[in-house]
Design a protein around this ligand. Sequence first.
Ligand SMILES: *Cc1c(COP(=O)(O)O)cnc(C)c1O
Length: 435
Amino acid sequence: MNFISTEGKQKEAVPFSEALLYGLAYDGGLYMPISVPRLKDRFWQNINKLSLTDIGFEIARLYLKDEIEDRDLRNIIDDAINFDAPLVPLHDHVHILELFHGPTLAFKDFGARFMARAFAHLHKDKDREIVILAATSGDTGSAVAHGFYKVPGIKVCLLYPSGKVSKLQEQQMTTLGENITALEVDGTFDDCQRMVKDAFSDQKLRDQILLSSANSINIGRLLPQTFYYVYALSQLGIQNKPVFSVPSGNFGNLTAGLIAAEMGMPTEHFIAATNANDVVPKYLQSGEFHPRASVKTISNAMDVGNPSNFDRISYLYHQSLDEIRKHISGYSFTDEETRKCIREVYEKTGYILDPHAAVGYLAGQSWLEHHDVDVPMIVLGTAHPAKFRDVVEPLIGKELELPPQLEAAMQKEKKSTPLDGRYEALRDFLLEDLV
Ligand SMILES: *Cc1c(COP(=O)(O)O)cnc(C)c1O
């Protein structure tokens, strides 16, 4: 299966290995499969017998069989997805799909771990080492660091703004060591992003170092996110057509669900759940797409003002607003509503939502209020509540226990390299100090 740019100026399709290495197409578009393959009827009939990794293998094979042999692909998936994604019933027909049982306790582990292993496999015969360069404001960095940790042939350099990420996030990025280097930049997240961008446009540097990025637009992160949608359905029972409510920022997660539906997954509808950063819900209402500067909220992994995967959604539905509306509804919520939801769901059910899942839950309830149908609702639980304990603990009136992964990271010694916010400082580090 080859991949094509959403922009359409780059006419030739590229294999997965190339889309994975370059991230963005030459014309600035995002890579999508030339056509979305369908899973066979036999697959759907047997689905309740399949594990999460069985499902992952069957799906990934449709895209990668020309480039990765079955046995290797099976190993990549078993090694990457070595944690569960249980569907937990909440009340009535509402379920939470818990995607936070990986090493960094958020769904980004699926994408980052798969991508890292696919990368290592596809480039194992090349004699040049790959350097992954990424700017992070927190969560992406820890998922990428853990995803690529000890993966041979790859080094990771993460740039993060000093003093501007949470202690927990910083510990998760700076305590791994080995092939992971954390660069603590005296500046803002925007400075970090600018420095990374400058490195990618420095041809002299790129002649010497094979650079790649691991940001959320990479197709290698999107593909494994389809696995858990299908796995959710296998846990629910294939005879049901659920609604998926997806807490969204850059809309990669939702895009993966839409791709799974195009592969034949029975679904009733999708919900784009956002915080005050409501560009997509506004678009669904008015038909006008107006990116804005992001605003800060308590569900901060969704604080995105110009969602990068929107082009993929538009591409999937041939730029037709009517088509998009047929598949997706959008709702947005304030921090106050989100807080109230965490408190009320805890009081009613004993279940502790993190702020992102709470936005998803609220959106699911809104959709149900407007539709007089009796369908299962699956809310994607994108992060473990303990990751956001400062917000959650006062609402539920008790302390949250840190999961072992976080507890261990908190105990380890931080190791970071300070850099000033100039591009030259990054360049010199990459050329002289990265060993
Ligand atoms: C990244 C993230 C999101 C948003 O996902 P997108 O794919 O960018 O829409 C939601 N919740 C959490 C916890 C995240 O880390």
